[in-house]
Design a protein around this ligand. Structure first.
Ligand code: AMP
Length: 308
C-alpha cells in the first residue's frame, strides 16, 4: 500500500445557494481517498453502520481503494448536516451525529501498520492518536482537523500535533486554534509546537505553506462552476498526499507541486455535490487544470523591467 487514510465515512445533508441534498455520500476519508486514488494505491481505515448504502462501497472499490480496514457495525453511520451562504468559504454546521464513531477502536492490519505515508483526515483526535501509535515506520504523517475538535478535544489535538509532520487546517480554524487573527503568526505558533510544515487552506483563495525553509502561496482558481464546497479541504489533502505517496519525495519543489495538485483536485470537487464531479473526472482534465494553475502564478523578475 502506498497511502493510508483514516477519517470519517459519512452521510451528509448539505444545503448551498444551489440546492439541498440529503444523505449523500461524504466524509473526510471518502473525499480524501477518492482524490488520492488518481495518484496512488489507497487503503482506508474507518467505520460505517448498517444503514450505509452498499453502492457507495462499490464506488470506492471501483477506484481500487482497499476497504479491508473498514469496520462495519450494526449502528448508524456518522452524519453531518451543514449549509453555506453566498460566501461559500465558510461551512455552517447544523448537526453532527457521531453515531458509530463513538465506538470506533481502529485496529490496523499488518500492511497498514507498515504504511509510510499516512493522512489522518478530519476525525476525533483520540482516534487519530490510536492510529499513529500503531504505525511502525512512518515517513510522512499529515493530519487535518476542524472547529468541532478544536472546541471539544483541544488537548488531544496538541498531542496529535507532536507526533505528525504536517498539519492541514483552514484559515478560520487556525485563527481559532492559535487564538490570533494573524495567519503567519498562527502558523509560526504551530511550527513552534514541533510541526515540520503547516498548510493553511483559504477556500477559493488558494493555500499557504509555512515551514522552516520555505513559504509558498498557491494561487486561487477563478472558479465559475461552484456548487458545493463540502470536501474541498479533504480532496486538497487527498491530492497532496496521493502525489507525495506516489513520488516518495519530500523536496521543496515536490511539496510545492503536491500543493498545486491538491488545489487542482479541490477545484474539481466543488463543481458538483458529493463526489459527483470526481466520478467522471479524467486524467486529461487534471493535467489541463494543473497547467492553468501554473500559468496563473508565473511572472518575471522585476530586474527584466526597463527603468526610465
Ligand atoms: P471539508 O473538506 O472540510 O469540507 O470536509 C467535509 C466532510 O467532513 C463532510 O463530508 C463531512 O461528512 C465531514 N465532517 C464534518 N464534520 C466532521 C467531524 N466533526 N469530524 C470528521 N469529519 C467531519
Amino acid at each position: 500500500m502506498s497511502l493510508l487514510i483514516a477519517g470519517t465515512i459519512a452521510l451528509d445533508t448539505v444545503e448551498t445557494p444551489f440546492g439541498k441534498k440529503e444523505n449523500i455520500l461524504g466524509g473526510s476519508a471518502v473525499h480524501a481517498a477518492i482524490a488520492a486514488s488518481f495518484y496512488s494505491k489507497v487503503s482506508i481505515i474507518s467505520i460505517i453502520g448498517a444503514d450505509f448504502p452498499l453502492k457507495h462501497l462499490d464506488f470506492l472499490a471501483s477506484k481500487k481503494i482497499d476497504l479491508s480496514g473498514l469496520n462495519k457495525t450494526s449502528g448508524k453511520t456518522f452524519r453531518w448536516s451543514g449549509y453555506y451562504e453566498y460566501d461559500m468559504n465558510q461551512a455552517h454546521t447544523r448537526d453532527t451525529q457521531l453515531n458509530v464513531l463513538l465506538e470506533f477502536d481502529p485496529i490496523l492490519s499488518e500492511d497498514q501498520k507498515n504504511a509510510e505515508f499516512v493522512f489522518l483526515a478530519n476525525l476525533d483526535p483520540e482516534i487519530q492518536l490510536k492510529i499513529i501509535n500503531q504505525l511502525k515506520a512512518p515517513k510522512f504523517i499529515a493530519a487535518d482537523t476542524m472547529d468541532f475538535w478544536i472546541k471539544n478535544k483541544r488537548e488531544k489535538l496538541h498531542e496529535v500535533i507532536k507526533k505528525i509532520d504536517y498539519l492541514l487546517i483552514n484559515e478560520s480554524e487556525v485563527r481559532m486554534f492559535m487564538e490570533t487573527p494573524n495567519i503567519p503568526l498562527a502558523a509560526k505558533r504551530l511550527l513552534q509546537l514541533g510541526l515540520k510544515g503547516v498548510i493553511i487552506k483559504k477556500g477559493e483563495h488558494g493555500a499557504l505553506l509555512f515551514c522552516d525553509s520555505l513559504h509558498f502561496s498557491a494561487p486561487s482558481y477563478p472558479q465559475e462552476i461552484f456548487y458545493d464546497p463540502t470536501g474541498a479541504g479533504d480532496s486538497f489533502a487527498g491530492g497532496f498526499m496521493g502525489y507525495l505517496a506516489k513520488t516518495k519525495e519530500l523536496s521543496a519543489p515536490n511539496i510545492r507541486k503536491a500543493i498545486i495538485i491538491g488545489s487542482t483536485m479541490a477545484s474539481f470537487n466543488i463543481e458538483d455535490f458529493s463526489l459527483d464531479r470526481m466520478k467522471i473526472l479524467s486524467i486529461h482534465e487534471i493535467l489541463a487544470r494543473f497547467d492553468e494553475f501554473r500559468k496563473f502564478s508565473e511572472f518575471e523578475s522585476l530586474t527584466h523591467t526597463q527603468w526610465v
